[in-house]
Write a protein that binds this ligand. Structure first.
Ligand SMILES: NC(=O)c1ccc[n+]([C@@H]2O[C@H](COP(=O)([O-])OP(=O)(O)OC[C@H]3O[C@@H](n4cnc5c(N)ncnc54)[C@H](OP(=O)(O)O)[C@@H]3O)[C@@H](O)[C@H]2O)c1
Length: 369
């Protein structure tokens, strides 16, 4: 069924949403024992790690047999999956949810339905889908119950679709779920050149919000302005002074923080009284330092966001309300994630090194062909 009740205009569709908390089970753990259809005598490649550690060192290309297809199951031939900081942290053993090796990483991706069990009603072979699983996307095949997949429009760019589930949804959440913003309001963000940051600029523009963006590489300013950034500053004391001048007539009530340390301190400085700092990343690996005066006299509010938890708790309607407009923006070329390189999965060590490197021009995406 269309998740919004079958209006026929929806472009993201998935069936019988799983119970809250069940969406993030690894594909390795959700094979139903019975009933099942015999597995095809096929093997499939995946990227696997048997112990946590440096991704380029511990990851390996492995072969596995396809699990049997349960009557409610869907087998998807995965096409693309990005390498996000969360994937690297997961393999290193530094993520919010512990990895239990042997494990297949990959928090998001995009593929095409290859086979469906006899009781499957919402998907058919050939459908383009995005897994809603919490891991396991770095594999040529994924087998899971039909409600673990969202169907996407056939014509969507599969590389862009592979990067829809996490960063754009995080940016959407930051802009819509914390502070009631009106058209023309300003929002602060650091790491503005990140996947989340660029998505936030594009979503904010579409919603009539203005963004003040802090970057560590000011040479990116023109590129971000072309995406829709209203102001770009270096993430240092000089940038803070410039931003103070630019924003004094309309102090922002929301700041999105993916860096921490001094960068977050500058955001707190710029926020309006009772403004909110939402921390969703820690790229500098520096903790937040909160001067007492910001809490006592300025009344700032500090929140954290982990989109994984949101996925665990979101209702079908909430999932739909987030994913549908974002998929439509991708289709309409209003939302684009920069890609540095699409790298074949067999070159996984290089892909991990590139993803961990500084000053990338965009995401590293694994080609799972
Ligand atoms: N909480 C959640 O649910 C959630 C969801 C999605 C992402 N995240 C987090 O959000 C952050 C961004 O993720 P992403 O996938 O958008 O990242 P990404 O596209 O891989 O980009 C990483 C960004 O971090 C910046 N950066 C790297 N090291 C830095 C440092 N030491 N100090 C300041 N900035 C630094 C980079 O700056 P340059 O552009 O100059 O290279 C780049 O803009 C990560 O921390 C990720 O874990 C959290």
């Amino acid at each position: 069924m269309w998740i919004s009740g079958g209006c026929g205009r929806c472009i993201v569709n998935f069936t019988h949403a799983p119970e809250a908390g069940q969406r993030l089970i690894s594909c390795l753990t959700i094979r139903p024992p019975v009933p099942s259809i015999p597995a095809m005598s096929l093997t499939s490649l995946c990227l696997r790690f048997d112990q946590t550690g440096s991704p380029a060192d511990v990851l390996k290309l492995a072969e596995r047999s396809l699990p049997p297809l349960g009557s409610h199951d869907v087998r998807v031939r995965m096409r693309y999956a990005p390498v996000n900081p969360a994937d690297l942290n997961y393999i290193e053993g530094n993520y919010g949810r512990a990895a239990h090796p042997p494990a297949i990483p990959g928090h998001e991706g995009c593929g095409e339905v290859q086979a469906v069990g006899p009781e499957v009603t919402s998907l058919k072979p050939g459908d383009v889908v995005m897994p809603l699983l919490g891991a396991g996307c770095w594999a040529q095949h994924l087998t899971a119950a039909e409600h673990f997949f969202a169907r996407l429009p056939e014509s969507i760019d599969p590389v862009q679709a592979a990067m829809l589930r996490i960063n754009p949804v995080t940016a959407w959440h930051l802009l819509t779920q914390h502070v009631a913003l009106s058209e023309g309001d300003w929002v602060l963000q650091n790491a503005a050149n990140s996947g989340v940051g660029r998505a936030l600029i594009q979503i904010a523009r579409q919603r009539g919000l203005k963004t003040a963006n802090f970057v560590r590489r000011i040479e990116l300013a023109d590129e971000l302005r072309q995406l829709g950034a209203d102001a770009v500053f270096t993430d240092d004391e000089k940038g803070l002074e410039e931003a103070r001048e630019r924003l004094k007539a309309h102090p922002p009530r929301l700041a999105a923080n993916a860096v921490g340390g001094d960068s977050a301190l500058r955001q707190m400085d710029l926020l309006a009284p009772e403004g909110m700092l939402v921390t969703y990343g820690a790229m500098s690996r520096r903790s937040l330092k909160v001067p007492n005066k910001f809490l006592i006299f300025k009344g700032l509010r500090l929140h954290g966001l982990w989109i994984t938890r949101w996925y665990e708790q979101a209702s079908s309607q909430e999932l739909h309300d987030a994913l549908e407009p974002l998929a439509r923006m991708i289709l309409d070329h209003e939302l684009h994630t920069a890609v540095e390189e699409v790298i074949p999965m067999a070159q996984y060590a290089r892909a991990m090194q590139r993803a961990a490197a500084d000053s990338r021009a965009g995401k590293i995406v694994l080609d799972l062909a």
